[in-house]
Design a protein around this ligand. Structure first.
Ligand code: ACO
Length: 399
């Protein structure tokens, strides 16, 4: 098709599709979404069932192996991941070198990238065993790097992994432990965070996954590819909406102010944050599950006073013609910020939590990419709009 040209100076047939809204960049068997019906499945399993009955490590296995594990397979997987949670001491030194006010997401992105220099074997992406090793390492080490980014911002010493704890309990321990005693988080909080990780584990070709695939298509090591995914997620249009929801709810302040706020949205003054989605034109299935997880968390932490406003806002919006007509429903971010706040995470940490949850998805997509014989280096076309064939005049003659 590229050879079809209308003339010598024409580019040939090309599709102009900014943001690749209508362009499939790959074939994938990892995640299925039907946005009109509000369906999300990992490897064919509905997200509702996985959130109800599975755990994050099993979902990570499912995404990266394509099928659910047997008991022996799961035990081996959990054991491997548990015993790769430590990072090299020089990574610790590296992280200690950041400014006191460094954004934890910037620290995470840099330290994931730095891991590539600690595991030069990762450059051999054609060896299956080697690929598996890097996948295990990265899923294992992300909570350590994420927790240390958090502790650094607080000026607190880094807490080493406690491999007697589960994946998610260990993460909470590295974040919040304040004494020599074993940290024992409330199991309801551990479960709620585990469910949040499950909900974020993959979402087909979103911006950060596309970044991982695009960079991965050069056959670079997976740490470098995932670091680019963290970078994409850092952007406010991707990972930052839940923080904006909290700001919005705080500004609304009380239920009485909701109608005038909604009027402002309808007049185009601002957006109702946490509503609407590029893909979902129905209730985001993850938002439904998060709402339930919020109840479980608030049972432990006490109710976030903003919840009342959020619930009322959702009720009013879902009955309002403006939102109904445009198929605007709550998305995953509408309630997640409220939960994270209840955990006492500062807003800068919200995206780090997202990144830890998304890591198995990024890796599953990377694995699929590097094994796909049809894949090529990601190199889109452009429609050139600049000048042509100008004559260069040296500076000495122009000035
Ligand atoms: N509040 C009010 N109106 C909205 C909203 C909103 N949250 N979202 C979309 N609309 C309106 C648009 O103004 C537009 O109206 P119009 O037809 O009168 O011009 C119509 O609905 C269609 O909107 P688009 O912008 O075309 O939808 P798109 O798919 O491009 O955008 C997006 C999706 C970016 C998520 C948008 O809905 C939005 O900005 N929502 C708020 C931010 C947010 O919650 N982001 C998190 C997304 S989930 C995630 O990234 C994990």
């Amino acid at each position: 098709l590229g050879k079809i040209k209308a003339g010598e100076d024409q580019p040939g047939l090309a599709v102009y599709d900014p943001g690749f809204v209508n362009t499939a960049s790959c074939r994938s068997s990892v995640t299925f979404i039907d946005g009109d019906k509000g369906i999300l499945e990992y490897r064919g399993y509905p997200i509702e069932q996985l959130a109800e009955g599975s755990n994050f490590l099993e979902v990570a296995y499912l995404l990266n192996h394509g099928a659910l594990p047997t008991k022996a397979e799961f035990d081996a997987w959990e054991h491997e991941i548990t015993y790769h949670t430590f990072v090299h001491e020089n990574i610790k030194t590296f992280m200690e070198g950041f400014r006191y006010d460094a954004h934890p997401m910037g620290m995470l992105m840099a330290s994931v990238g730095a891991l590539s220099t600690f595991y030069p074997d990762a450059r051999d992406i054609h060896d299956a065993e080697n690929r598996h090793m890097q996948i295990v390492r990265m899923i294992a080490k992300m909570p350590t790097l994420g927790a240390w980014s958090f502790r650094h911002a607080q000026g607190k010493p880094f807490v080493y992994p406690d491999n007697e704890l589960s994946y998610t309990a260990n993460f909470l321990s590295m974040l919040f432990k304040m004494s020599e005693k074993t940290f024992e988080p409330d199991p309801r909080l551990v479960r709620a965070l585990d469910v949040l990780f499950i909900l974020h584990a993959d979402h087909e070709q979103n911006a950060s996954t596309n970044a991982v695939r695009s960079v991965g298509s050069t056959q670079v090591d997976p740490y470098s590819a995932v670091a680019s995914g963290v970078g994409a997620l850092y952007g406010p249009l991707h990972g930052g909406a839940n923080e904006a929801v909290l700001r919005m709810l705080r500004r609304i302040g009380s239920k009485e102010n909701i109608p005038s706020f909604i009027e402002g949205v309808k007049n185009g003054n601002e957006k109702l944050m946490g509503f609407g989605h590029r893909v979902y034109k129905n209730y985001d299935p993850r938002a439904r599950i998060i709402k339930k997880a919020a109840d479980d968390v608030f049972e432990v932490t006490g109710v976030n006073p903003l919840l009342e406003i959020a619930l009322e806002l959702e009720k009013i919006a879902l009955e309002d013609e403006y939102f109904v007509k445009r198929k605007l429903y709550p998305n995953v971010d509408f309630y997640s910020g409220l939960i994270y706040e209840a955990f006492q995470f500062p807003p800068e940490m919200f995206t780090v939590l997202f990144a830890i949850g998304r890591t198995p998805g990024w890796l599953a997509q990377w694995l699929e990419l590097v094994q796909d014989k049809e894949q090529k280096i990601a190199r889109p076309k452009q429609i050139y709009t600049g000048a042509r064939t100008l004559d260069f005049v040296p500076a000495s003659e122009r000035w």
